[in-house]
Ligand binder design. Structure first.
Ligand SMILES: Nc1nc2c(ncn2[C@@H]2O[C@H](COP(=O)(O)OP(=O)(O)O)[C@@H](O)[C@H]2O)c(=O)[nH]1
Ligand SMILES: [Mg+2]
Ligand SMILES: [Zn+2]
Length: 295
């Protein structure tokens, strides 16, 4: 039976790209289950299809998922491109760190993309930002859709992976997608208007094929920026540099706040870890504690 991946789902139809490169319009039959839970096929799911005509098929089985995003609902996303502008709006570390935690929590590979390089007047500023995040363990790509700077490098990171773009509104996500997929023509620079509520108007996500291989979701991912559903003990693992250092903390389960012999605090005090990143860790920890108290 041919295997393929769902790249689009519209009112009961699943559009599947088979390994042979065919696109089939499919209905789903039967109940699909993972670990005894019923599941509905999602965009991104690998499925087994039975061909019933040249262009039609039936989804017979959904293969186990590697990852599962809720917003937008996509299975098997490999990578988040976390986008932040260098100018207009000015670079802000706090929202970037929030998006990074979110992507880490989902278990995605991460690439940081710093946009609007053409508006930068002080290269030293850019250098400093890059150093902070490269030292934390992230690949950083600097782009401009005006000059084309960094686009090839970004394409190299996207190759052969399923990626979602994430980041605040106005940082240039749609502009980047338009650059990567010239046929796409997403609106840019518009304050996105809330579309009606009913299920008929639900924006459908689609996985688009990149010319050089790989796929991207045509809508940004995880704009939900609370830490709901996350345990306080998990936060450290969402900061790669904290995760690495914490092995040397005296206590297992050290939260790196005021425990004795904390390797993370020592790293911050001796300048080996970025102090702002650590401050953001503490702030997120606080927010999570307050959230817990409220529920
Ligand atoms: N100068 C400059 N402006 C950009 C760049 N990328 C996006 N913009 C502008 O930034 C604004 C927001 O871009 P958009 O792609 O809609 O951001 P999104 O909300 O993240 O999708 C638009 O006016 C774009 O023209 C860039 O590389 N350089
Ligand atoms: Mg946009
Ligand atoms: Zn510690």
């Amino acid at each position: 039976m041919p295997q393929g991946q769902i790249f689009k789902a519209i009112s009961g139809f699943y559009y599947v790209r088979t390994k042979e490169g065919e696109e089939l319009e499919c209905r789903a039959r039967g109940v699909f289950k993972f670990e005894k839970k019923k599941v509905k096929p999602l965009v991104g799911d690998w499925v087994e299809v039975e061909k019933i005509s040249e262009r039609e098929g039936v989804v017979k089985a959904v293969l186990p998922r590697q990852t599962e995003l809720l917003r937008p609902p996509i299975a098997n996303v490999d990578q988040a491109i976390v986008v932040c502008s260098l100018k207009e709006p000015d670079f802000q570390q706090m929202p970037l760190d929030r998006f990074l935690v979110q992507a880490e929590k989902e278990g995605l590979d991460i690439v940081i993309c710093l946009t609007k390089h053409d508006l930068v007047t002080d290269e030293n500023e850019v250098e400093k930002i890059c150093t902070v995040y490269e030292e934390a363990g992230y690949p950083v790509v600097i782009t401009s859709v005006r000059t084309g700077h960094g686009i090839e490098l970004l394409q190299a990171y996207l190759k052969d992976k399923v990626s979602v773009f994430a980041g605040q509104s106005g940082v240039g996500k749609s502009s980047l997608l338009n650059q990567l997929l010239p046929d796409l023509k997403l609106q840019t620079g518009e304050v996105s208007r809330k579309i009606g509520r009913g299920r008929h108007t639900t924006r459908q996500v689609e996985l688009l094929l990149l010319p050089q291989g790989g796929q991207v979701a045509d809508t940004p991912g995880f704009s939900q920026l609370s830490f709901q559903g996350m345990e306080i003990e998990e936060l450290g693992a969402c900061f790669p540099e904290i995760s690495k250092k914490s092995i040397s903390c005296r206590f297992r389960g050290c939260l790196h706040v005021n425990e004795p012999d904390c390797a993370v605090r020592e790293a911050v005090e001796s300048g080996k870890m970025n102090a702002e990143r650590y401050q953001h860790y503490l702030q997120f920890l606080q927010e999570m504690k307050e959230q817990k108290r409220r529920y």
